[in-house]
Design a protein around this ligand. Structure first.
Ligand code: FE
Length: 185
């Protein structure tokens, strides 16, 4: 009897801990965007901030990827295996980067795309760090580090844009349509 009472108490504590974690996560996501004055999905002007300024407005994990060219661990990001239809924006500035139509299943552990959403959405730079010759890809609006592009992708481009989930902000197609329609009224 005593043991089952303990089990019930423990279970309810665990459930409330999980619920709180979820609530906090959602609250944080919303407040993080609210605290970021340069985040906009409609303003296409270039964003040019110092790292000190970025540090004040970006969450630590986004800052690490965007400004310190970090890499999340393979198979740990939230989008590497996602098949949902929609648009991937830059998590630092809101620039549209990739469409789910350009995403493909890759076994590398990071979200992979064969093309960006438009030519100007991405900029490229040679990266010779870590003893490798790679091509770095950055956000065309705020120059956040996104990942790298390789030439072992599928047709039609033969390219594989290997991108960190942390620097992506995904909007489902249906939500985008809703937002578009409400603005049109
Ligand atoms: Fe950006």
């Amino acid at each position: 009897m005593k043991r089952s009472l303990y089990t019930i108490i423990l279970a309810s504590l665990l459930i409330s801990a999980c619920t709180n974690a979820q609530v906090n996560k959602t609250t944080n996501m919303d407040s993080l965007k609210k605290d970021n004055p340069v985040f906009s999905k409609t303003d296409t002007n270039k964003v040019d901030l110092s790292n000190a300024e970025w540090k004040k407005i970006l969450p630590a994990d986004v800052y690490h990827i965007a400004r310190e060219k970090g890499t999340e661990m393979a198979f740990t990001g939230k989008y590497w295996n996602s098949k949902e239809g929609g648009t991937y924006y830059c998590a630092a500035c809101g620039n549209p980067l990739f469409s789910s139509n350009g995403k493909f299943e890759s076994s590398c552990g990071w979200p992979s795309f064969f093309e960006p959403i438009s030519k100007g959405s991405i900029i490229y730079a040679p990266d010779n760090s870590h003893g490798m010759q790679r091509t770095e890809v950055m956000c065309g609006k705020c120059k956040a580090h996104l990942g790298h592009v390789f030439d072992d992708g599928p047709p039609p481009t033969g390219l594989r844009y290997c991108i960190n989930s942390v620097i992506l902000d995904f909007e489902k197609a249906r939500e985008a349509e809703k937002n578009f329609n409400s603005k049109g009224k």
